[in-house]
Design a binder for this molecule. Structure first.
Ligand SMILES: Nc1ncnc2c1ncn2[C@@H]1O[C@H](COP(=O)(O)OP(=O)(O)OP(=O)(O)O)[C@@H](O)[C@H]1O
Ligand SMILES: O=P(O)(O)OC[C@H]1O[C@](O)(CO)[C@@H](O)[C@@H]1O
Ligand SMILES: [Mg+2]
Length: 341
């Protein structure tokens, strides 16, 4: 049994730990052989394959990025579709696929499974927005990086009596903003799930400033104040035709400064949140998911993905994971909002 592993969509810390966990358990316990598809579905469509064995995964659990590369290639576009993929896999002796990715990757995996391919999934996203799993690896690392950055922004903000706006990732959901903002003691947290008025934002900033603090505002890239109908985007479209987000912090800063008279500076953390070594939590979660997905192939759980439920690894249908996004519930936002201002 030869299994092809791929990583697809945006990278995130922990991808290599999943690959290592699957290969070690697969080769040592389950009698499986592995290859890696390079750059996500692109490697599947074009048969771009590398060796994966105990030697190639040595020491990679702590490495950021992915040794396989990633892309946002759509497997249904160009070069022959499902039939070509089946032919390529048969020629290379590859029986099944482990797809590590977010909701887009898993949506593609579901369509390919429905067309007869043998695929199991591993959920991945720094945004932590995939339903049917309690946490995704990469999220804890992103929150830690963002919290460290905010701790630094706070000391310089306090020194100059400035308001500091920190923009974090979060296209549809505000989990990174909520957790890093709470950890750093932010005075305002702005998330896509909660439309908030400019007046309210400025009131919170003013209140913190009047107490002698350098106010810290954390904003997720997908946040819209009551004056906007679409998230801020000025960088064109991604490979899948979606607007690239980023820049709402820079847009809010002059508005806050003009309304409050408090000097306000914005910092966008961007891809720094997705780079570098995973936290211990993410390494452990990713390694466990990798080992579990090797077992899922052994048990022929096609069309299903491994997931974290509480502290246990569970198995859920792709369709369950794709049903809806895991947004920040109202009570979690209200809990944090007590600390604003
Ligand atoms: N419904 C779909 N059917 C077929 N292919 C899809 C579908 N949705 C997405 N894809 C393909 O899968 C790729 C990966 O999806 P996407 O870019 O959303 O990343 P992801 O796996 O969701 O990870 P993340 O969004 O967290 O970076 C897309 O670029 C697209 O080519
Ligand atoms: O790296 P890219 O392709 O610009 O994608 C950025 C997007 O990917 C994510 O990091 C994860 O989905 C989002 O938070 C962000 O909008
Ligand atoms: Mg996606």
């Amino acid at each position: 049994m030869t299994i092809g592993i791929l990583t697809s969509g945006g990278d995130c810390p922990g991808l290599n730990a999943v690959i290592r966990g699957a290969v070690l358990r697969g080769t040592e316990i389950n009698g499986q052989d592995f290859v890696g598809f390079r750059d996500g579905w692109r490697g599947v469509v074009t048969s771009d394959i590398i060796e994966l064995n105990r030697g190639t995964v040595r020491g990679i659990a702590k490495q950021g990025g992915t040794i396989l590369g990633t892309s946002r290639t759509n497997p249904f576009e160009g070069s022959g579709g499902v039939e070509a993929i089946k032919r390529n896999m048969a020629e290379r002796g590859i029986d099944s696929i482990i797809a590590i990715g977010g909701e887009g990757t898993l949506a593609a995996a579901k369509r390919l499974t429905d067309a007869g391919l043998k695929i199991v999934g591993v959920p991945k996203t720094v945004d932590n927005d995939l339903d049917a799993t309690d946490y995704t690896f990469g999220f804890d690392t992103a929150v830690q990086i963002a919290t460290d950055a905010m701790d630094r922004l706070r000391t310089t903000g306090e020194a100059h009596s400035r308001c500091m706006v920190a923009e974090v990732m979060g296209r549809h959901v505000g989990w990174i903003a909520l957790h890093s903002g709470m950890a750093a003691g932010a005075h305002v947290i702005l998330i896509p799930e909660q439309k908030t008025s400019i007046d309210q934002i400025c009131d919170w900033v003013q209140k913190a400033f009047d107490r002698g603090r350098g106010p810290l505002v954390v904003v997720a890239e997908g946040f819209m104040p009551d004056t906007m109908d679409d998230p801020h985007s000025e960088r064109g479209l991604d490979a899948f035709g979606r607007p690239r987000l980023g820049g709402i912090g820079e847009r809010l800063a002059p508005i806050i400064e003009e309304r409050t008279g408090i000097e306000t500076r914005a910092t966008t953390l961007g891809h720094i949140q997705r780079g570098g070594v995973p936290t211990a939590f993410d390494r452990v979660l990713a390694t466990r998911l990798g080992m579990a997905v090797s077992d899922a192939v052994r048990d022929e759980r096609w069309g299903r993905m491994v997931a974290l439920h509480g502290t246990n690894i569970a198995h859920v249908d792709f369709s369950e994971a794709l049903g809806k996004l895991k947004t920040v519930p109202q009570d979690r936002y209200d809990e944090a909002a007590v600390l604003f201002g």
